[in-house]
Each structure stands twice: as C-alpha cells, then as structure tokens.
Write a new protein. Structure first.
Length: 82
C-alpha cells in the first residue's frame, strides 16, 4: 500500500488540476462530504483528499468543480468508508 500511496501522491503533485487524475479511480464522496475525493490505493484502502482553496471552485450545481481544484489536503489514508 505504501508504494501505491507514493504513486498517487506523485500523480496529484504532477497534475495541474485534480480533475486530470485517472489513476486510482477518483470518486467524489456523497453528502455531507462531497468536497472530498476517494482515491483507491489497494484492496479496500483509500486516500481521501479534499479541495483546499481559500474559496473552493464550485460548479453550477454548487458542488466542488474538481476540474479547477489545484490545492488539496489529505484527510485520511486507510480503509475507505464514506
């Protein structure tokens, strides 16, 4: 899992915007945590990140627009549970 985590963090660092990520099959979490993404690492292990702008970019529907997010904060590494 540590090796996968290293790769996913490198992917995040290399991306201009989080919306560019495909590795780890990023999925937006459901309410009330819809400002976070769950990225698969290994088996049932995930990296949970959140948009971390002073004012997060929002889509027309009011949810985070991941295609414009360039700053994130790591919230959790381990078993993924919404």
């Amino acid at each position: 899992m540590a090796e996968k985590l290293k790769h996913r963090l490198a992917d995040i660092s290399a991306a201009n915007f989080i919306g560019e990520l495909v590795a780890g099959k990023p999925q937006q979490l459901n309410k009330p945590h819809e400002d976070k993404l769950k990225i698969h690492l290994h088996e049932n292990q995930y990296l949970i990140i959140g948009a971390n702008h002073n004012v997060n970019p929002l889509s027309g529907s009011g949810s985070v627009d991941w295609s414009k997010v360039s700053r994130v904060k790591v919230h959790h590494v381990g078993e993924g549970n919404d």
